[in-house]
Design a protein around this ligand. Sequence first.
Ligand SMILES: C[S@@+](CC[C@H](N)C(=O)[O-])C[C@H]1O[C@@H](n2cnc3c(N)ncnc32)[C@H](O)[C@@H]1O
Length: 262
Amino acid sequence: MAASFTSQQAYIAEFNPKDYLQRYYLEGSGIHSGEWTDFALKHLHETFTKSGVRGDTLLDVGTGPSIYHLLSACEVFDEIIVSDLLEQNHVEFQKWLKKDPDAFDWTHIIKFVCDLEGNRENYDKKAEKLRSKVKQVLKCDILKRKPFHPLVVPPVDCLLSCLCLEVVCEDMKSYCEVLKNFKDLIKPGGHLLILSGINATFYNVGEKRFSAMISSKETLEVAFKEAGYQIEKAVYTPRVDKSQKDITDYDTKYFIHARKQK
Ligand SMILES: C[S@@+](CC[C@H](N)C(=O)[O-])C[C@H]1O[C@@H](n2cnc3c(N)ncnc32)[C@H](O)[C@@H]1O
């Protein structure tokens, strides 16, 4: 059953980062550990190598407690800024940064990225490299006109967001507004990378059901264009493993690489 729109208060009170990581990224049983991470990590690897996206700073929004999507970026950016609405996600992310024994074990994902990069032996070095590149963990609210207010984040070369916009925005109008607001955070000619799922109405974390917003290839591309971006690449791949549709019901994975006009 679809969930009614999840308020920020509900996120603050009920999003448990440990439950999220266990349910979605645990080796073997995590819903996203495999099909989703394979899709996202292959496209990100390609984007940061063949497509030549690189620069001084990458800003990730809606990072949550996750690190998987930053593993290839750390090879080609000097600095990574991560950000999320929730303090509990910052705490969990910091645990990984500080090698806290209670931190989530991302080794299987780190090995997968090292494999993609032809460097399987060096997965300890890979983790260290990412840790050294994350320079700031910030609070943000992407529904605000200035998501980092009162902080001013100088425009970056690349803004990345995974599995976030569909669960934060109530409808396509709000999604398009968020894309427009992102433009102030990106340098002229800079890159926007959005990866997520289409046609989800919910995702579960622990016992709590969080809402998601229905989108489609057509409505997404209209939103990017209306927000003033040029789409460089758009990939839509149907979900193959439908065995855990009672936990999250998206039916297609997507990756959109867009650019802000120069
Ligand atoms: C499904 S999780 C995705 C986490 C991570 N990017 C990943 O790929 O695993 C959605 C994230 O959006 C964050 N979020 C919810 N509302 C937000 C808002 N208004 N601004 C920024 N982040 C928000 C949540 O705290 C959560 O970390």
